[in-house]
Design a protein around this ligand. Structure first.
Ligand code: DGL
Length: 283
């Protein structure tokens, strides 16, 4: 029996779109979630900053004896995961590969739109992942910088939200896409507004389902499943716990019982930095 928890992280509430699927599909597993709300949004951060956060959060999750880490963040899955996973002592799963696979299964005309953060779009990660499965497919990407601040403010269906959806997604519709990947984990919270705007001819892809399938396959093949039932699902943030508790409950309900504060090592004096040894291998 492997009762060690599964670690999950994101810049804020976005990763909760993956948590809600994890909770439904893996009822026997324990979870520990870290929302780096002191540093949200990630999409505008430099590569160096992102590596610093990824190391600190990975160290934090490993200190809680996680058996696997889900990078429930399109930005980190695009920028830091390829290097982090080679040095991490437990399996890491991101959302880009799963999102690309789900998009390829969904499209009929081979014209796929991707909406994501600026850092994810700059990395070209989704386009590369989709084209590696089918080089004949065309990928059209749009960075949607206003979406994360709107979601973090709880503005899921405001006039500003609808205006931003129109502005970012119109150029993708003009390219004739039939599939739209929500390449940032915050965006599925905007799915009702996006769906209403794109209409029934365009299918929205949320990478969460496929991400959980990949994790479940790893747990099975490495004999890491817990025999259950789940005992806890713990939440930590680097910013204000009360804000996360309130918004998080509005978004995914009372599964969030309480939220704890944990400041990242990078924000604290370096004396006794326990991750130093591990961190030096990465980035
Ligand atoms: N939800 C994350 C992502 O999937 C982070 C977005 C952000 O903080 O900019 O990219």
């Amino acid at each position: 029996m492997e009762s060690r928890p599964i670690g999950i992280f994101d810049s804020g509430v976005g990763g909760l779109t993956v948590v809600r699927t994890l909770i439904d599909r893996l009822p026997d597993e324990n979870f520990i979630y870290f929302g780096d709300t002191a540093h949200v949004p990630y999409g505008t951060k430099t590569r160096e900053q992102l590596f610093g956060y990824a190391r600190d959060i990975t160290d934090f999750l490993l200190s809680h004896q996680v058996k696997s880490i889900v990078i429930a963040c399109g930005t980190h899955s695009s920028v830091t995961l390829p290097e982090m996973e080679t040095a991490c002592p437990v399996p890491m799963v991101g959302v880009v590969g799963p999102g690309a696979r789900a998009a390829v299964k969904t499209t009929r005309n081979g014209r796929i739109g991707v909406i994501a953060t600026q850092a994810s779009v700059n990395s070209g990660s989704y386009a590369k992942a989709i084209e590696s499965i089918n080089p004949g497919y065309s990928v059209y990407s749009a960075a949607c910088s206003q979406f994360v601040p709107l979601v973090e403010s709880g503005l899921l269906n405001s006039p500003a939200t609808r205006q931003a959806v129109r502005e970012y997604i119109t150029p993708l519709l003009d390219e004739g896409i039939d599939t739209l990947v929500m390449g940032c984990t915050h965006y599925p919270f905007l799915a009702p507004v996006i769906e209403e705007f794109v209409g029934t001819d365009v299918i929205l892809v949320d990478p969460a389902e496929e991400t959980v399938t990949e994790l479940a396959d790893i747990l099975t093949s490495q004999h890491l499943q817990n025999s259950g039932p789940r005992q806890y699902c713990n939440f930590y943030v680097s910013g204000k716990p009360e804000n996360f508790l309130q918004l998080g409950r509005t978004l995914i309900g009372n599964v969030i019982e309480m939220v704890n504060k944990h400041s990242l090592d990078g924000d604290q004096p370096r004396v006794g930095f326990k991750g130093e040894k591990y961190a030096q291998h990465i980035g």
